[in-house]
Design a protein. Structure first.
Lengths: 551, 243
């Protein structure tokens, strides 16, 4: 083959000798044009955005009373967070001025991370590195995909049923019956746009009662966020929408801060926008952040989903450290090659929300799986992923973890209203404990769907006291035997779900199953094959129990 | 019939007493290590399709061709070896079928000066290309924005000279009909060719251009008809077929 190629080339070159130089010249011109295009593209590529981190905030003055919203101050006091925290201090003005002189443009800044975002060429970055007050420079790269898959359909009988299911799975009526509708809780939503929110009847009560406290479009640097992608409108409706006197979400009386952070044409600024929106939410007294945004393979590798590599994950953790409860969608890659969660859902301090199918009540195939690449448990909880949400002009059936997250954010607002003294981390923990599977856990369902009864009944455990199954050891077999009275014959009930997982020597859940039980002998395990596993945990009809293996 | 009934009952029993696994996941199968294969990992290969048109440069020596019917379809396989975040090199093997639709006018000299209703030169080529790739911007496991520069060599497996003519009763040869002729084994065509290629793309969407440096016509033939050449520049669009 190679011989043929050499021969081919030689023959071709023998042809050149007979050709006029014109042909070669044209070839060279073609190459020069190509290189020119390459050079041009490279010049463009070199005009990049960077975070420039400063070493200190020396000399900066800070008055928390003037800076923070009253609610932000209250939240800090409640959470025991000092009002004078250096991460909230403004940046050193001299550093900003000196940096500004070296770059093409300053795009924004972050108090939390003591950095400014700049547009600069590599040469300018080299000059910046020489400045004594600059500790680090990081290229800004990011892109986001709103995690939704909208469907255009009218509200049929089954969709009305779905509208009921999406909140009833979390026992919404228990909260509303006690008057918990998110009142007094401020929720910041970061999304791609909120068109029609100012006109849509679904949000009329929010406008009428002035519940939308502030808005900011971080992409266009404008106050009007009622533009662009309808994704944010649908997300907001899943927290606070109301139609014909019926709630779409669980917190119609909450207050809102709406931030447009996503940009269609220029994805590189989205990381900056998310971080700046988090600081803005903190400044303006947000209690909860809902981010139905998932950043995956376009800019990241799976091993980077460890909760502390991406800047948004760091920002989300910082937001939690400031006392806010951050709720984020897991992502919709469960059935894709990526499969695992997206950032910032990987952040430790974020409540990461997966989706269940509203009809089968178990994991929706599209919902991304945990754990993080550092083997941290994610998702934390799940909610219904197929919902009825408000579009620009009509109600729509849509699906995605984008809509499960705001349902949980609405739930969290009600839960927080019911127990105002809780800090965000305490609430985080209680929301996990309110999961219908708790203490059982797996990486598809987390601790299950949060239940309002847990908060209404003063944290009374949802855990069934009635033993629904037992472990029976027979020879080298371990049998999970379900008690006869807890098996409903098909097709009377379609909900004989038995969850079980196996933990390895390191204590990590390595394998997990969900089976529909038809008979008492639900699971049979050959102990000889289980040497590598330490424990089996089973959950069946609100009863969870574990059995050590190899003892 | 009785057997069927018995089998049905047995199957029903089996259904009643079996368990349905609704979900099963094995975490040990998740790969969080840096994989070696993928659009932005060390090795990547993909299939692709492209289509391009020959761009005439209006040189007096150039064989005049019809623009819209002088084109190339390509199906190929491309391998990329990542050498740095911004740089990769690779090899590309493709099958192409360049078609030159020759204009029928008084200037026509190639392959002869006889005018026909339609006349085409059709090639079936196998090409190999070596290229370098420059990527722009940090990215995840996607191809991203890139520009390729490469050189290719090709061998024509089959070359056909096709022409067709229509006749009517009023003119010689005084009968109505259509004649289609296909000539193979053309001794005036160089079987080997080579040139330069470039591609500008974002993920699977690519603009392609190539410039043929070699001549399609043999030197002996050009001594007869003059220093003629077929259009060399090709511009088109490519679609990557990877996931």
């Amino acid at each position: 083959m190679f011989g043929i190629l050499v021969k081919c080339n030689l023959q071709s070159f023998s042809i050149f000798t007979n050709k006029s130089m014109t042909m070669i010249k044209k070839g060279l011109i073609f190459l020069i044009i190509t290189l020119f295009v390459l050079g041009f593209t490279q010049i463009n590529a070199q005009q990049n955005r960077y975070w420039v981190f400063f070493k200190d905030k020396q000399g900066s003055k800070f008055n928390p009373i003037a800076y923070f919203d009253q609610k932000a101050i209250e939240r800090r006091i409640k959470s025991g967070i000092p009002l004078y925290d250096s991460t909230d201090f403004p940046l050193n003005e001299t550093y900003i001025k000196k940096t500004k002189a070296c770059v093409q443009n300053v795009n924004g800044h972050t108090r939390w991370f003591n950095a400014i975002s700049v547009t600069a060429s590599p040469k300018q970055i080299q000059n910046l590195q020489k400045l004594v007050f600059v500790t680090d420079i990081q290229a800004i790269t990011f892109s986001a995909v709103p995690t939704s898959k909208p469907f255009d359909s009218t509200l049929t009988y089954s969709e009305k049923e779905l509208l009921e299911i999406q909140t009833s799975r979390m026992q919404a009526k228990l909260f509303t019956s006690k008057g918990y509708t998110g009142k007094g809780i401020r929720i910041a939503i970061f999304d791609a746009g909120f068109p029609s929110v100012d006109k849509n009847p679904v949000f009329r009560h929010l406008i009428k009662n002035k519940q939308i406290i502030k808005t900011w479009d971080f992409a266009r640097k404008k106050e009007n966020v009622f533009v662009s992608d309808v994704h944010g409108t649908m997300v907001l409706s899943c927290i606070a929408g109301k139609i014909n006197g019926k709630n779409i979400g669980m917190a119609p009386d909450a207050e809102f801060l709406l931030a447009r952070t996503e940009v269609k044409a220029e994805p590189f600024s989205e990381e900056e926008n998310w971080l700046r929106a988090a600081e803005w939410a903190d400044k303006n007294g947000a209690d909860i952040i809902n981010s139905s945004l998932a950043y995956t393979y376009h800019r990241h590798m799976t091993f980077e989903m460890d909760g502390h590599t991406s800047l948004v994950a760091k920002a989300a953790n910082m937001a939690a450290n400031k006392g806010m409860l951050v709720v984020n969608a897991m992502g919709n890659d469960g059935a894709q090659d990526w499969k695992i969660l997206a950032t910032p859902a990987d952040a430790d301090s974020v409540i990461s929300v997966g989706a269940i199918n509203p009809y089968t009540n178990f994991h929706a195939a599209y919902s991304s799986y945990g754990p993080t690449s550092a083997f941290k448990t994610k998702p934390n909880v799940v909610a219904v992923g197929s919902v009825i949400a408000a579009g620009k002009s009509k109600l729509k059936k849509v699906k995605g973890t984008s809509f499960a997250a705001p349902l949980v954010a609405g739930f969290a607002a009600c839960a927080w209203q019911s127990k105002k003294s809780l800090t965000n981390f305490q609430l985080f923990s209680l929301i996990e404990k309110s999961g219908h599977l708790y203490p059982y856990y797996d990486y598809a369902h987390g601790y299950g769907v949060p239940q309002a009864s847990y908060f209404i009944n003063n944290n009374a455990s949802l855990h069934n006291k009635k033993q629904t199954f037992e472990f029976v050891e027979k020879g080298n077999q371990l049998i999970v035997k379900v008690k006869k009275e807890f098996i409903k014959k098909k097709p009377v009930s379609a909900n004989n779900y038995l969850y079980y997982n196996l933990k390895n020597e390191a204590g990590f859940i390595e394998k997990y199953w969900l089976i529909d039980v038809y008979q008492q002998k639900a699971v049979v395990i050959n102990l000889d094959d289980m040497a590598e596993y330490k424990e089996i945990t089973v959950h069946y009809k609100a009863y969870t129990s574990s059995c050590k293996l190899g003892d | 019939m009785k057997h069927l009934l018995v089998i049905s009952i047995l199957l029903m029993q089996l259904t009643v007493f079996s368990q349905t696994v609704l979900l099963h996941e094995d975490i040990s199968k998740l790969d969080f290590e840096m994989p070696s294969n993928g659009p932005n990992y060390n090795h990547f290969h993909q299939l692709y399709l492209n289509h391009g048109f020959f761009i005439p440069d209006n040189d007096v020596q150039e064989v005049e061709t019809e623009f819209w019917s002088s084109h190339v379809f390509t199906i190929g396989w491309r391998y990329k070896r990542k050498l740095a975040t911004w740089f990769a090199a690779g090899i590309d093997i493709s099958y192409t079928n360049p078609v030159f639709s020759i204009k029928q006018n008084t200037n026509k000299q190639v392959p002869n000066n006889i005018a026909h209703a339609k006349e085409k030169l059709k090639f079936n080529d196998l090409n190999i290309e070596f290229y370098t790739r420059f990527n722009f911007g940090k990215r995840g496991n996607v191809i991203g924005k890139f520009i390729d520069i490469g050189a290719y060599a090709g061998y024509s497996l089959v070359v056909k000279h096709f022409y067709s003519d229509s006749f009517d009763k009023n003119n010689p040869p005084y009968y109505s009909g259509k004649k289609e002729v296909v000539n193979k084994d053309l001794n005036y065509i160089n079987k080997f060719n080579c040139g330069l290629k470039t591609r500008l793309g974002i993920n699977r969407w690519v603009i392609i251009a190539s410039y043929r440096l070699s001549d399609l016509l043999t030197d002996d033939y050009k001594e007869l008809v003059g220093d003629c050449f077929f259009p060399r520049l090709l511009v088109g669009f490519e679609l990557g077929l990877h996931k």
